[in-house]
Design a protein around this ligand. Structure first.
Ligand code: GDP
Ligand code: IMO
Ligand code: MG
Length: 432
């Protein structure tokens, strides 16, 4: 076991939207199989192919190639309606989803999950998380509570009806009596979902064995992370997190693959920081530089259209992610967005009450009191989006990138200088 294993993984190291989709699409060219292992349609992965932009939510980013197997693994929560819309949109663009496998063990998002997501947020006041309202948290909560409905249940009309009835009765009591929300309609959901079931049936498989077989037969398997380390349910800025495990280990559980099979782990690092939703953000810029990053980087959510909060790159965050994910390489993205700045800053750690902070604080009160320690670098004031060789990057840009590697202790694998497939400087050629 472990010999000739050709796998790679792409993980977000910050608060999401680092450019994982772009990096997965780039690496997919040389892969055979692409696997999503957690999260759901809270993800929004934008991939640009030949100038055309695709916003993927549930479909693995390998779907844009014709010859890859694409897997929605066991740990993903699947909204059938959203998935079918995504497949239809893909087909409109002349692409096909015929290579898609959906795990029969994945959990299904139902309309009461979306409504509960909204209801739960509505009672939290200032403590609201700022979720995507896609029902992600309530669906994972049902899974943990062992009352969830899985894809294999959806495939069996008798089982589905029984489980749906139980859940709708329970959820409607909560929606109406606890939250004062409208109930959901059992008959309507039953009819709609039995229809979705027939449309999805051809894609449903035991994906655990599909992934393991692929690895054992020497295929190149790429794991596509969604969300990011700081949004991890256990390791992120709880409770301002998502309800799954975006860290590298989460892919092992979510895809049903032992940790020995996880190699070539890329941590995607956006060259500055962004966050959507609530929660602490020590290097946030509430000034014109933050606005410059938002406008220049078009930092508005793929899923919700919400304005993303922007700040300097925070290496206290990335170093924490480097450790938690046992990163092999960094993939630095959106370096080109910094092209126009006179100077750029990196937060290399925090102080609290004048003393250096060790590790990464668990308590949000402590984190909120941390002061970022910045190093300032001269900007490069050059358009780097056409550069394809590392040594051709301006010296100031290389210095910036190399400082990231130095502080985090992780090698640079990829530097991305634009959204396109070709706008990629690859220093390690994984899967070559
Ligand atoms: P993800 O959720 O991590 O996949 O990231 P998103 O797709 O939500 O956001 C990243 C955005 O940056 C997308 O619009 C990408 O097309 C774009 N992108 C990725 N890498 C680069 C890059 O190096 N430069 C620029 N300018 N855009 C990039
Ligand atoms: P990708 O894969 C950025 C954030 C939400 C909210 C919190 C919880 O595109 O990087 P949820 O709906 O998951 O219960 O919301 O997590 N969030 C993301 N932020 N990128 C994402 O995915 C996100 N998925 C969830 O904004 O703060
Ligand atoms: Mg995104």
């Amino acid at each position: 076991m472990g010999t000739n294993v050709a796998t790679s993984m792409v993980i977000g190291t910050q608060w999401g939207d680092e450019g994982k989709g772009k990096i997965v699409d780039y690496l997919s060219e040389r892969a055979d199989v692409v696997v999503r292992s957690q999260g759901g349609n809270n993800a929004g992965h934008t991939v640009v192919v030949d100038g055309k932009s695709f916003a993927l939510r549930l479909l693995p980013s390998g779907i844009l190639y014709d010859d890859k197997m694409n897997i929605i693994g066991t740990g993903v929560v699947v909204d059938p309606k959203v998935l079918l819309e995504e497949i239809a949109n893909l087909e409109k663009e002349g692409k096909s989803a015929k290579s898609l496998y959906i795990s029969d063990r994945a959990h299904v998002i139902l309309p009461y999950h979306n409504r509960l997501d909204e209801a739960e947020e509505s009672v939290k006041g200032d403590a609201k998380i700022g979720t995507t309202k896609n029902g992600i948290g309530p669906c994972y909560a049902d899974k943990v509570n062992r009352i969830g409905i899985r894809i294999c249940d959806l495939m069996d009309p008798v089982v589905f009806e029984k489980k749906l009835k139980f859940n709708v009765e329970l959820k409607n009591k909560m929606l109406t009596a606890v939250y004062g929300f409208e109930p959901v309609n059992f008959e309507e959901i039953l009819k709609d979902y039995l229809g979705y079931a027939e449309q999805l049936r051809p894609f449903v498989k035991d994906t655990n064995f599909a992934v393991i077989d692929a690895i054992q037969s020497g295929k190149k398997v790429l794991f596509e992370g969604a969300q990011a380390t700081m949004l991890d349910l256990d390791h992120g800025t709880y409770p301002f997190v998502t309800s799954s495990h975006p860290v590298a280990g989460g892919a092992s559980v979510g895809a049903g693959v032992g940790p020995n099979y996880l190699k070539n782990i890329f941590g995607v690092v956006k060259a500055y920081s962004t966050r959507v939703g609530e929660g602490p953000f020590p290097s946030e810029l509430l000034d014109e530089t933050g606005e410059y990053l938002r406008q220049t980087g078009h930092e508005f959510g793929t899923v919700t259209g919400r304005s993303r909060r922007c700040g300097w790159l925070d290496l206290a965050v990335v170093s924490y992610g480097a450790a938690l994910n046992s990163l092999d390489y960094l993939a630095i993205t959106r370096l080109d967005i910094l092209d126009g700045l006179d100077e750029v800053k990196i937060c290399v750690g925090y102080t609290r009450n004048g003393e250096a902070v060790q590790g990464f604080p668990a308590s949000l009160d402590v984190l909120a009191k941390c002061e970022p320690v910045y190093e300032t670098f001269p900007g490069w004031k050059t358009d780097i989006s056409g550069i394809r060789k590392y040594e051709e990057l301006p010296e100031a840009a290389r210095r910036y990138v190399e400082r990231i590697a130095e502080v985090t202790g992780v090698k640079i694998g990829i530097v991305s200088v634009g959204p396109g497939r070709d706008q990629t400087i690859d220093l390690v050629n994984v899967f070559a």
